[in-house]
Ligand binder design. Structure first.
Ligand SMILES: [Mg+2]
Length: 355
């Protein structure tokens, strides 16, 4: 049996927290009536009554009790056992339980508190005392629940924030990767080349080890585009880029698209001989692609002209010197009939080439 006395139809979940919701569990209807009369006129207390101890836990959960008034002597299940049941159920674990006993016996009181009771009153209590105890316990319980909910919300917000931060970091890394990449070929772009060259230049200055640069340019590429169309031109650039990328194996080596059909390789700690070996590989790799080029004067397939320069950077010198030399070598390769490699010679072009 469950009776609700002073509730209204427009109760809402939000309002619910303002009230003390009292559940009386007692097998005696007369006691229930006595308690109901004490509570009935209180606007801040809602009263529920359960006469069947077997339904007590269920009722406490269903009415969202904020205080349970628990009789001790009942048929089937005694009050002490019920108190333990409330404590063992996650939904009622923290609900204050005021034991209503017919005896003012210290031993029973002690037993009740041992079982998890919050308070102890002798039946029938004074109205003023009963109301004061109900209000105090309900207030404390509701405040505790609100704190728990606030903490839980805070924790979930924190988790969401951490998730968003992780996602943001991932997006930033991806953005950084994309901003350093040439969209067509997937190689490093010009900006990344500039940054990397600066870093390697500084490193080589400190270590006094040689730094090599290889410029490679597709021969007669304008004619290729004019003849085969821009789509084929793009395919050609991608395949050449791929061949260049596969010609280097050390993590510090970097292939970039310098612009148009021109590529550049940074080879740290590499002598002119070492760079020439890489350039040979690149030339052979592109030749073996065997991409037909009907309008080339260099060969029947797509070829490269390559310029190689090596420097041991001196303190205060600029990487521009290395770029200009490699570019000059590339120009010389073009002049020499293309599909070939020109390497800057230490004696003739650069005093500081270390070979
Ligand atoms: Mg009883």
């Amino acid at each position: 049996m469950n009776r609700e006395e002073n509730s209204s139809a427009d109760d809402t979940e939000t309002d619910h927290a303002k009230w003390a919701v009292v559940l009386l569990v007692d097998d005696q209807a007369m006691i229930a009536e006595g308690i109901r009369r004490m509570i009935a006129d209180e606007p801040d207390i809602r009263f529920h009554y359960c006469a069947d101890p077997k339904k007590a836990v269920h009722e406490a959960i269903a009415c969202k009790a904020t205080v349970i008034l628990q009789d001790l002597v009942m048929p089937d299940v005694d009050g002490m056992t019920l108190v333990r049941f409330y404590r063992n159920n996650p939904s009622t674990r923290d609900v204050p339980v005021i034991v209503l006993s017919s005896k003012d016996d210290p031993n029973i009181k002690s037993d009740a508190f041992d079982h998890g009771a919050t308070d102890y009153l002798v039946k029938l209590p004074e109205k003023v005392e009963l109301l004061a105890r109900i209000r105090a316990h309900a207030k404390s319980y509701i405040a505790q629940k609100e704190r728990d909910e606030a903490f839980s919300n805070l924790r979930s917000m924190q988790e969401q924030l951490e998730k968003m931060n992780t996602e943001l970091s991932r997006s930033n890394r991806e953005l950084q990767r994309l901003s350093a990449m040439d969209g067509l070929t997937g190689l490093a772009n010009r900006r990344q080349f500039d940054t990397s060259l600066e870093v390697e230049w500084q490193r080589a200055t400190r270590s006094s080890l040689p730094l090599s640069l290889i410029f490679a340019d597709i021969d007669f590429f304008k004619r290729f585009n004019d003849h085969y169309g821009h789509q084929c031109g793009d395919d050609c650039l991608q395949r050449v880029a791929n061949a260049l990328q596969h010609s280097i194996h050390r993590p510090a080596d970097l292939v970039s698209r310098y612009g148009g059909e021109e590529f550049v390789m940074i080879l740290p700690e590499t002598t002119a001989d070492g760079a020439k070996t890489v350039a040979d590989k690149v030339l052979a790799a592109v030749a073996s692609l065997n991409i037909p080029h009907a309008n080339s004067e260099a060969a029947e397939h797509v070829t490269l002209s390559i310029g190689v320069a090596t420097l041991c950077p001196k303190e205060g010198s600029q990487p521009q010197e290395l770029i200009e030399t490699a570019d000059k070598m590339l120009y010389r390769a073009k002049e020499s009939g293309r599909n070939c490699i020109e390497v800057a010679q230490p004696s003739s072009t650069l005093k500081s080439v270390c070979n």
